[in-house]
Design a protein around this ligand. Structure first.
Ligand code: GLU
Length: 316
């Protein structure tokens, strides 16, 4: 019997959701609901400096206001907060350590800047692996001066996967992003590690998220392999960009859920506008999240970035 789809939305509670987050949540929810799946809400509050419980509550409240419900997790379920799952991430590190794939990295921020090998296409930094080559004696000496971060020595080799919306994607994660940090020097576990452990242990079978994370997927798939987990299907949706091509972000205050809720007054006009921009509706007519399920077409997400002019949405 085919297994039930398990989808998820995994926001970081570092601010109120903005239009881009809503679009992502809507896409993940629609795909899951259209397949009669189970939806999970995981709160990615790994970074204690940036995460706030009140944001997690606001995110949950905004999702429910939009009609984007979930079946498991949410801010009230501690087992779905990444901040409570450290022991599971530590176990995963043990598995990687046993394969000889972890090494301490003592690079300071300034050294990291210098250690950037030729950049990945979009200017992201790729670590040149200099701490991988330290001798045991050098490691000991450096460890007396500062606590190290932990890096994964990413094995060479191409990873290919069939993205639900982008088609076949092949990358060698050893070249890009290279040896990723799996635990920061302050002990905070890295997103790349936690997201794999969580999606695997929570039985997630479908990950729908923004195309900004497409470059992270090959290294995450490598982690699935190394940890012995079965990977989910991935679908990376187009990004919402401003007319000048910049990605819309939390900096666009006028497009955060506080302003959008005040402006639209009800979820239907907002969802209609967003669904139209995303190619799910021919006209921006008011629509409920539930009514969009029948209109959901995965091929709407197979196209390029979606231009949103904040001025058109200006709500203040
Ligand atoms: N927590 C991440 C974010 O808010 C999403 C991670 C993911 O979907 O894999 O950007």
């Amino acid at each position: 019997m085919p297994q039930t789809v398990r989808g998820r939305f995994a926001p970081s509670p570092s601010g109120r959701m903005h239009l881009g987050n809503i679009y992502c949540a809507l896409a993940a929810w629609l795909s899951c609901r259209a397949q009669g799946g189970t939806m999970l809400l995981r709160i990615e509050d790994l970074d204690p400096d940036r995460s706030k419980p009140e944001y997690a509550r606001l995110i949950a409240d905004d999702l429910l206001w939009l009609g984007l419900d979930w079946d498991e997790g949410g801010p009230g379920d501690r087992s779905f907060l990444q901040s409570t799952r450290g022991a599971l991430y530590e176990n995963a590190l043990d598995t990687l350590r046993a394969q000889g794939l972890l090494y301490p990295c003592f690079c300071t921020r300034a050294e990291l800047h210098a250690a950037q090998a030729p950049h990945a296409g979009d200017g992201r930094a790729v670590y040149d692996g200099r701490c991988r080559r330290l001798t045991p004696a050098e490691r000991e000496r450096l460890a007396e001066q500062r606590a190290p971060a932990l890096r994964l020595a990413v094995p060479d080799g191409e990873i290919c996967f069939d993205d639900l919306f982008c088609g076949r994607v092949c990358r060698d994660p050893a070249r890009d992003p290279g040896d990723i940090i799996v635990r920061r020097r302050d002990g905070v576990f890295a997103y790349q590690l936690a997201v794999v452990v969580d999606d695997a242990l929570m039985g997630v079978s479908e990950v729908i998220r923004g195309r900004d994370l497409l470059d992270s997927t090959p290294v995450q798939l490598r982690l699935y392999q190394l940890l012995g987990y079965r990977p989910p299907r991935f679908g990376h949706i187009p990004l919402l960009v401003a007319p000048d091509g910049r990605r819309l972000s939390k900096r666009e205050r006028d497009l955060d859920m506080g302003a959008l809720r005040a402006h639209f007054g009800a979820p239907e006009p907002l969802l209609g506008r967003l669904a139209c921009a995303a190619g799910l509706l021919p006209r921006p007519e008011p629509v409920s999240a539930r009514d969009l399920i029948a209109l959901y077409r995965p091929d709407a997400f197979s196209r390029g970035d979606i231009v949103i002019d904040p001025a058109d949405w200006a709500v203040s």
